[in-house]
Design a protein. Structure first.
Length: 318
């Protein structure tokens, strides 16, 4: 049973049609200013509503080489207790620079989801900056959404919204929800069996914060809720999130941004033709300080999807 309204449903349907990447990182610690580094990057793909591909790489936290000796960012014992990644596991791992293009290519153009995403994005940007200061996470992905904030928007009551807490809530809905193994294939042809139960079962001695398993668990939770009740419109930065989702194919006059509307494919075509029209270009040039520019594209009002297209004009604001 769908619990959300038509506007939410349309937004979530559009999102699920896109290539979604749910990703996670493991690090040497929590403080970038103290030199902490990324030591694992993992992610899974969701295409057509199915979890179907993965990326997973350990990364050596190499800071420098002095007199032929590698100088690493140390991994404190406290961090190793959480993710169980030891320095021995990383001795033959690539450095971030060697994996950067592969990571960028995997994220490129996706709707990217992560839990407490600011942590992961800040660490990835820190690694990007070490290699190429012009590379920024925001420029790589089409949009990015924090599943922690989605969970909190769905349940605003004071509650825990960490992955463990959400796993616990999901098991109350279905105790067998995580009793599943995904067989995923990487772009390099590697096949990996991801057992959700290893991470979801807190009593399992093998349980650990593994970035790939966490990504797969989060992807399954995300699919469940997007098909039912998680509401993107409740996010405080909804307008910034939804703009690239709905308007990725829409041409926009320079200096303007779209007012949120639900467009048909014919609307997009009509709008783009109008933007390319020389008369309209002249209008923009002669009136650069215009507060609003009306574009001849009809829309269907969000509150009444089943009606015929209205005569309202799609509009832009500066």
């Amino acid at each position: 049973m769908t619990l959300y309204n038509q506007k939410q449903e349309k937004i979530n349907e559009d999102l699920l049609k896109k290539r979604i990447v749910v990703y996670d990182t493991e690090t040497t610690g929590t403080q970038i200013r103290d030199g902490d580094r990324v030591i694992q990057f993992s992610g899974v793909e969701i295409i057509d509503g199915k979890i179907c591909g993965f990326i997973d790489t350990l990364i050596k936290p190499l800071n420098s080489i002095e007199n032929g000796k590698e100088i690493w960012q140390p991994i404190p014992k406290e961090a190793q207790k959480i993710h169980k990644i030891s320095e021995d596991m990383l001795k033959d791992a690539p450095i971030f620079e060697e994996k950067m293009d592969e990571i960028i290519d995997y994220l490129k153009g996706s709707a990217a989801f992560a839990h407490n995403e600011n942590f992961d994005i800040n660490f990835l940007n820190s690694e990007f900056q070490r290699v190429d200061p012009t590379v920024k996470f925001d420029d790589i992905v089409e949009c990015h959404i924090d599943t922690f904030e989605l969970s909190r928007a769905f349940d605003p009551k004071p509650a825990m919204h960490g992955i463990d807490a959400i796993v616990k809530r999901m098991r109350k809905i279905d105790e067998n929800f995580f009793d599943e193994k995904f067989t995923l294939k990487s772009r390099t042809g590697e096949t990996r069996v991801v057992d959700l139960g290893i991470r979801a079962n807190k009593d399992d001695e093998n349980s650990r914060h593994d970035a790939l398993v966490d990504s797969a668990i989060l992807a399954k939770i995300l699919l469940y809720h997007l098909e039912r009740d998680w509401d993107l419109t409740k996010l405080k930065d909804f307008d910034e999130i939804i703009k690239p989702i709905h308007f990725s194919e829409l041409k926009i006059p320079e200096g303007y941004e779209p007012i949120l509307a639900e467009l048909l494919p014919t609307d997009i075509e009509a709008n783009n033709n109008y933007i390319e029209d020389k008369g309209h270009q002249k209008e923009l040039k002669e009136n650069p300080n215009a507060k609003r520019v009306e574009v001849k594209a009809k829309i269907i009002p969000l509150q009444n999807k089943k009606t015929q297209p209205s005569n309202k004009l799609f509009q832009y604001k500066r």
